[in-house]
Design a protein. Sequence first.
Length: 405
Amino acid sequence: MDARLPTRGIVIAGAVAALLLAWQIVSVGVSRYLQDIDPAAAVRLRPHNGWALSALAERTLEKGRYGAAAGLARQAIANAPFDARAFRVLAQSREMAGDTSGARRLMEHAGSLNRRDPATAYWLYHDAMQAGRYGDAINWADALMRRAPNTTPLIVWELALSADNPGLASALVQHLGQAPPWRPALIQALYRGGFSEQEALAILNGLRKTEAPATADEITPFLLKMVRQGELDSAYSAWRGFLSPAERGAATSLIYDGQFRHPPGPAPFGWQLMKVDGADAALSSSTEGAGLQVRTGGLSNSQVIRQLLLAPAGRYRLASRARLIDGEAGELEWRVACEGAPAKYLLRMDLPLSGDKAGVATGEFTAPEGCEAQYLSLWTVGSDTPEPMTAWVDEVRLQTLRGPG
């Protein structure tokens, strides 16, 4: 008997074992590669690949074969008990069979395993909305929009159309106060929504006590829309609601903050700083107090700041004071025009500046009947021999002289 035979047998057995091991490794790798591309082929290679089974269950569900999909989902769960997709497919199959409560339990479990699955998040978002659990609904909407940003236009539009619901509005305030990435899209959807601007502004006003209060840029479009629609008193009342107590104290006269002591705030009833070429204005402070700093190259007539007034029909006197900070001489001009007729001025009042003396100017105008709101604006004045200038305006006042007629 050849003594080499056992050794040869061992070699052959080892080779077979190595081949089997290699096949196991290759089949596992190929199955994993195919599980989302061709889950049926992945299952044929590895019948116990739970992730491939859940992918196959999902595709089977999409074909309307709910019973077969449920069976595949159960097999997937048996082999991959932490695969959220398998529980979601089983939940959807239960829902198609009319078992809503069973579907909800399974979907909630799927959500606890993976908050990043868009289909699960969307289902749970809608379920919570229908049940009136608005906090849960927005949490799931947030998870969905972060994971699948392409769903944001649809979700924010759905939320905006239901934002007149007090419960949803309260939940929105809490979540918007955390500055989620979809906040700008939601505010834009509120602006375009079919309910009143006052309801949208109530949501923005609720953000005052959060870590991310509404900004002037977020508030202003709603107020301007109300002004265009003729809702002047409502717009003004909404604007006052966004002011701090100190700012509200400066809103008691015809001109808001005529001494430029507060931030601009939302337009149009607060000071609106205009972006123009060749000139700019900024609310600032110096050792002498608060004021408006205006800089111009002296080339053009440019509107640098404005404010909407609600002066009743009648006679008024405008007064202002300014001085030069830099430059030898210059001129500013206050203008008053009815809202809606910007080129028909009720007043154009020059404010000449030279040397180190303060420039003081007064002018009178009549607000006619039908001119319910007026824009007060400050302009730089260009010249043929331009000289750069920086001016400091520390006050503008409006005084009632007499009533109409």
